[in-house]
Design a protein around this ligand. Structure first.
Ligand code: LLP
Length: 415
């Protein structure tokens, strides 16, 4: 787990014991190792250094401003999917021209905001969207730079909820509609089409599907060039998987071995949109055991975090490693680790062998740096937890814990 290690029987983030952070800021809380984010970014960036490229970090995985800022300093761009994410990227210092705006449902207001900022590309997902962007740009007397996302119909072999490149998903333009896309773009004088985008899925653990998608894109670009479109940029999305439970995901260089030849043959610029690869194992969630509950033969560790802090186990049946922050790590009991929320789906692990815990013990949930905080909610009126960033022996609260006051701030009682 990059950035997290066991030293003297205590889990640390860089040089800081996680127990010290929990004592200082309370639980639940997320802890992010900034050097871990940076080194993951560096791995991808280096793998593609032989071609002109932009790594546009996918904010949807972890949108903490300190994280975005750290990556932006290394030259990262931002893959955003809403006006809110665009706002955050800009606030954290990502240059507008390094922002890629994706998503199937961009509103006119969001399109106008992005045009005003001067973003690098709209990743366009449908024919009506081409027309909408054209119309907004025309009114603003601007030319909108677009990449069209095609659905290469490649199976990424991952969870079906995060499969996006098969033709039955809502994402991207069906390749069979290519003629219509070309006709539409020719009629739209306020868009400039210079890039093709394909993202096939998330948490991929094989390189094959990426290679296949790259080859589909290569053929497509050649065809479009023959048709007179000056396509000079290829965006192959994100989706590089990470180790949650012993998977052996490919290294960035292994994907690069398949992708680079395509980019070189096309003499194109490459854009990538990794989220999880950079953030997943760069963050953890800290939580304390509130009760150890025995129910017949079952043992429950009831903890102070729940699906409101990390919904992945509930939503995808996802596996996250869990360990005590202190003390012996030997598994001695089979337990369910569950949250306090009033849903039977509120769990972190079922029938997991974990060391004996006592009320008050601190537990670490690993691989919580991606799709943790960003998918958080205040369900059951639970304030959002703080996010802490660590560098070396120092740490800082990068986002404060919400208060009960925050929970009602926007409400007005109708009396
Ligand atoms: N680009 C596009 C167009 C995407 O749809 C996504 C993720 C990414 C990039 C970044 O993918 P990554 O490198 O992080 O795999 N909540 C789910 C994951 C949803 C992914 C959605 N799209 C989870 O917790 O597993």
């Amino acid at each position: 787990m990059h950035g997290f290690h066991l030293k003297n029987n205590r889990w640390h983030s860089d040089g800081v014991p996680l127990s010290r952070i929990a004592e200082k800021v309370g639980t639940p809380c997320y802890v992010y190792s900034l050097p871990a984010f940076e080194s993951q970014f560096g791995e991808i960036d280096r793998a593609y250094r032989s071609v002109p490229h932009l790594v546009a970090y996918s904010l949807k995985a972890n949108g903490n401003l300190s994280v975005i800022r750290a990556l932006a300093r290394l030259g990262s761009g931002a893959d955003v999917v809403s006006g809110g994410e665009l706002f955050k990227a800009r606030k954290a210092g990502v240059p507008a021209e390094k922002v890629i705006f994706a998503g199937v449902g961009k509103t006119d207001d969001e399109i106008a905001y992005a045009l005003k900022e001067g973003i690098g590309y709209f990743n366009v997902e449908s024919i009506p969207e081409i027309k909408a962007i054209n119309e907004v740009a025309r009114k603003m007397k601007k030319i909108a730079p677009i990449a069209i996302r095609f659905n290469p119909d490649v199976d990424p072999h991952t969870h079906h909820y995060i499969t996006t490149g098969k033709k039955e998903t809502k994402f991207g333009v069906y390749l069979g509609d290519l003629e219509l896309v070309m006709k539409t773009v020719r009629e739209c004088r306020s868009v400039r089409w210079t890039a093709v985008h394909a993202h096939i899925g998330s948490q991929m653990t094989q390189t094959g599907p990426v290679g296949m998608a790259a080859r589909v894109v290569e053929k497509l670009v050649l065809r479009l060039r023959r048709e007179g479109f000056a396509i000079h940029t290829v965006n192959l999305g994100g989706g590089y998987g990470i180790d949650y439970r012993g998977e052996k995901p490919p290294k960035a260089s292994q994907y690069a071995r398949l992708v680079l030849p395509v980019i070189q043959r096309l003499n194109a610029t490459l854009i990538l949109e990794p989220g999880r690869f950079i953030s997943g194992n760069s963050g953890v969630l800290l939580m304390r055991v509130i009760y150890v509950k025995q129910s017949g033969s079952k043992t429950f560790y009831i903890v102070d975090a729940g699906m409101s802090e990390l919904i992945r186990p509930s939503l995808y049946d996802a596996y996250h490693r869990i360990a005590p922050a202190l003390g012996p790590q030997k598994p001695v009991k089979t337990v369910d680790v569950v949250g306090p929320i009033c849903e039977s789906g509120d769990f972190f692990a079922k029938n997991r062998k974990l060391p004996l815990a006592r009320r008050g013990d601190l537990l670490v949930v690993f691989s919580a740096g991606a799709y943790g905080s960003v998918m958080g909610s205040t369900y059951n009126a639970r304030p959002l937890p703080p996010e802490v960033v660590v560098r070396g022996t120092r740490f800082q609260v990068a986002r404060q814990r919400q208060t009960w006051q925050d929970l009602v701030r926007l409400e007005k009682i109708w009396s």
